[in-house]
Design a binder for this molecule. Structure first.
Ligand code: GLN
Length: 301
């Protein structure tokens, strides 16, 4: 935390907004950044009433913000990495370049998990929402936190093969006061969870699913700055999804649910993998709020 005067911050905002406009970036991004790092609200920014304050606390020195803002303009560095935080569901999550910025469409995975339990409330005992859940490839920890928040009586097991990601996910669990409910493991997909074979009520994952050849063609913010480890799903984008579908049945309890995020156009193949495996029932594809077939859901028979 450092302290600046209102007038200094006002000057900084004015220049940053001008540069944004000149660089084809929305000046609203500057205000979002100041809301995050200086705790100023929308009205205070709109009326510029902060200009009169003698002291304003900010999370990073202005010189550092200037450098980061320059990177935003010149290198398309993502705004959430500039701020060091990303909003997701009710949370404000710490993010660095070691983790994918959690996407709004992924928020819906949590609601689908709740619905999946509700649909089985009369047929599965003990109820799914009370057991062990896994978030595979947790990254910033977003899905694990979302599950912990909605399933108060569950234990969430979050894995990631990146030690940097696990450190950030753990930090986020503390930040959101959900650290007692989540266990973190360094390792690939199910590997660290062998003690839980046959016991998981739910497995949720947003694995890398972009075909390797497409990754360099994504928006510059994504292709240049986000971890390819979290994006690149191999030649057809389905390497990790295939592995999870093939491995989940030995980890799920009977009646347990698998929920995976995927890319537009992958639903027919993902459905086929699930059917072909022979261990799943009630296989369903769910669309995101933009109407894109984004999630696959299936129960372990
Ligand atoms: N949804 C992300 C994107 O569009 C990709 C995330 C992933 O591969 N799981 O960039």
């Amino acid at each position: 935390m450092t302290v600046v005067s209102g007038n200094e911050l006002w000057q900084w905002r004015r220049v940053a907004r001008q540069n944004a406009k000149a660089g084809g970036i929305s000046p609203e991004e500057v205000d979002w950044l100041l809301r995050e790092v200086a705790g100023l609200d929308k009205l205070v920014l709109r009326w510029e009433s902060f200009k009169e304050r003698s002291h304003i606390q900010i999370e990073r020195p202005l010189s550092e913000l200037t450098q980061l803002w320059q990177r935003r303009l010149e290198e398309k560095f993502p705004l959430q990495y500039v701020a060091g935080v990303a909003p997701w569901r009710n949370f404000s999550l710490a993010v660095t370049q070691s983790v994918l910025i959690p996407r709004p469409e992924t928020e819906y995975l949590i609601d689908l998990s709740v619905e999946a339990c509700r649909d089985r409330i009369d047929s599965v005992s003990p109820p799914l929402q009370k057991g062990h859940w896994a978030d595979l490839g947790t990254g910033s920890g977003a899905i694990a936190l979302g599950l912990a928040e909605v399933f108060k009586e569950a234990t969430i097991h979050a894995t990631d093969c990146s030690a940097e990601a696990i450190a950030i996910a753990q930090q986020n669990a503390w930040r959101c006061n959900l650290n007692n409910q989540i266990k973190f493991y360094l390792g690939s997909w199910f590997e660290p969870l062998s003690a839980l074979k046959g016991q998981l009520s739910g497995v949720v994952a947003n694995p890398p699913y972009i075909p390797s050849a497409i990754v360099p063609q994504l928006q510059l913010e994504v292709s240049r700055h986000e971890p390819h480890l979290a994006l690149d799903g191999g030649p057809d984008g389905l390497d990790c999804i295939r592995h999870i579908i093939n491995t989940a049945p030995s980890y799920l309890r009977s009646g347990g649910v698998l929920l995976i995020e995927m890319m537009a156009g992958q639903a027919p193949l993902v459905c086929e993998f699930l059917h072909r495996h022979g261990s799943y029932n009630s296989i369903k594809i769910c669309s995101d709020l933009a109407g894109i077939e984004r999630f696959a859901l299936a129960y372990r028979s």
